[in-house]
Design a protein around this ligand. Sequence first.
Ligand SMILES: Nc1ncnc2c1ncn2[C@@H]1O[C@H](COP(=O)(O)OP(=O)(O)OP(=O)(O)O)[C@@H](O)[C@H]1O
Ligand SMILES: Cc1ncc(CO)c(N)n1
Length: 270
Amino acid sequence: MNNVAEALIIAGSDSGGGAGVQADIKTMQACGVYSTNVIVAITAQNTLGVQDSLNIPVSLINAQFSSIFADFNIKAAKTGMLADRVSLTCVVENIIKFKINRLVVDPVMVAKGGAKLLNDDAIVTLKKQLLPLALITTPNLPEAQVIVGHKISNQNDIMQAAKKIQAMGSKNVIIKGGHDDKKRVRDFVLLENQKQFFLESERIETNRTHGTGDTLSSAITSALAKGHSVEEAIRFGRKVVTKTIEFGIIVGHGHGPLNHWAAEEFRDEI
Ligand SMILES: Nc1ncnc2c1ncn2[C@@H]1O[C@H](COP(=O)(O)OP(=O)(O)OP(=O)(O)O)[C@@H](O)[C@H]1O
Ligand SMILES: Cc1ncc(CO)c(N)n1
């Protein structure tokens, strides 16, 4: 018998299997972590876009949390698509109720094809109630702009925005640079102890980037679940997402999914 680290994914389902809960499960599986799931919304989605979606009633969100915490020993959790203010508030209440403290918040707002995954009415609650519970928050550039409420145009703006997000209560912050138009991809990291650095690599020329943010945050959560430090977890997550983009697979006709099998090579590093 083997012991295995148990983690929780709180997110939406992507029927196309490339992003959302499916990307999270695949990533955690590759990282050697057992994943449980609270499904907050179901999307009819593929690599071309989101065709439809349904929010899960709060009673069933509550029931999923209760089932999971009645049985599993959750070491870390992540949030992804939270749909609207009602679902987000319900998730916040459960995070508090079940004392989840190794929490990664991926503040998912818009899918790669442009579909909204979080209603505007939820932004204030996200900032005031969810961010203060986060050990790490991982906005991409557009999400960081919405959270701080202004445009981020240069390196100094990125660093200031991370400070503002930290002041909202997230202990550690990563502002992801996937949406930038530069030749190199730069993610800015601001840690709780004020250490800050960029994680930088060549931009991989591909449109097969569906689920990059989910994969990064799930790999980070996996490392946290196995007891690693925040900085180790972030560096590990970055390595995993790069590999899964680099060794792409040919699936779908739009923004293709990542190759989560490629992440297995790092499993024993955490
Ligand atoms: N073309 C690329 N080449 C290399 N790394 C990339 C590329 N695109 C994204 N990344 C990396 O992937 C991670 C996720 O970044 P990104 O900004 O794309 O997140 P996201 O918009 O939240 O993703 P999604 O919404 O599709 O889940 C970051 O670590 C980023 O640096
Ligand atoms: C369900 C879902 N969650 C997150 C994302 C963002 O990648 C997506 N496209 N779909």
